[in-house]
Design a protein around this ligand. Structure first.
Ligand SMILES: [Mn+2]
Length: 274
């Protein structure tokens, strides 16, 4: 993939991407017969290319759970393909905790932009991308059954209505609920919630009681999320109510087996990407 082409594409299309994303609500309701749900990519463009090759975006609706950038070797290329899927195939690009200046200066994306685009263009493009990230939607309700989000549930028993009213744009994000939706992890070791000492201040692990409350009050069946490295490519928590999908073997995740979720009619299948 030619870096000059990507730079040209970004400079030409970034305002259009921003404009279209800014019309999206933080919570989307989507109905689909065939959908591919993709977890963290973290710059793994090879895996994304395989997915595109295996599941034509003309036939499948792409729902991406965020964390396109940071950590891997090809973050710009991965984001470029995701944005093309968005513009050309109406892919849903949810926001991950790595679509934020909070992580991009520290975990590689900003550095990769400066290195591949040069300092002037890299800085210019990053300033625009920060604004694009802040306009990405936070969650999806798919087919009135599945709740899709990057991280997990906030600790204070929030309703679907309150998610729909979250402020956007929110660059860091500074809103606690948005922050936790992007950062929290499920745990089978706690009943309600605890501070997440690994991820740091403001992040929590949430237990099965919170999941049960949320699904019961919203009438939904399963929470589908990314965010957590799992070598097998997926895992279940909370008695098969929370499904984690992981779709990267880039950078530190070279031992992982990337997986995606295929929604095909009524069935939900977890499949490896090869
Ligand atoms: Mn994440």
């Amino acid at each position: 993939m030619d870096i000059l082409t990507i730079k040209g594409f970004l400079k030409e299309n970034i305002d259009r991407v921003y404009g279209e994303l800014s019309t999206y609500e933080p919570l989307l309701r989507i109905t689909a017969d065939k959908a591919v749900i993709i977890g963290d990519l973290h710059g793994d463009v090879d895996t994304l290319l395989r997915i595109i090759n295996n599941y034509s975006p003309d036939k499948w609706i792409y729902i991406m759970l965020g964390d396109y950038v940071d950590r891997g070797e090809h973050q710009i290329e991965t984001l470029y393909l995701a944005l093309r899927l968005f513009l050309e195939h109406k892919a849903i690009l949810l926001r991950g905790n790595h679509e934020s200046p909070l992580t991009n200066y520290e975990y590689g994306f900003y550095t990769e932009l400066l290195r591949k685009f040069g300092h002037y263009d890299g800085d210019y493009v990053y300033d625009k991308l920060k604004e694009v990230f802040a306009q990405m939607p936070i969650s999806v309700i798919l087919n009135d059954k599945y709740f899709l989000v990057h991280g997990g549930l906030p600790i204070n028993n929030i309703s679907i209505d309150s998610i729909a009213k979250l402020p956007k744009p929110d660059e860091i994000p500074s809103n606690e609920i948005t922050f936790q939706l992007l950062w929290n992890d499920p745990s089978d070791e706690v009943k309600y919630y605890e501070h997440n000492v690994i991820r740091g201040p403001g992040t929590y692990v949430f237990g099965p009681v919170l999941t049960e409350n949320f699904l019961n009050s919203s009438g939904l069946r399963i929470i589908i999320r990314g965010h957590e490295y799992t070598p097998r490519g997926y895992k279940w928590n909370h008695g098969n109510k929370v499904l984690t999908i992981f779709t990267s073997r880039a950078g530190p995740y070279s031992a992982a087996e990337p997986h995606v979720i295929l929604l095909d009619g009524e069935s939900l299948n977890i499949v490896g990407v090869s």
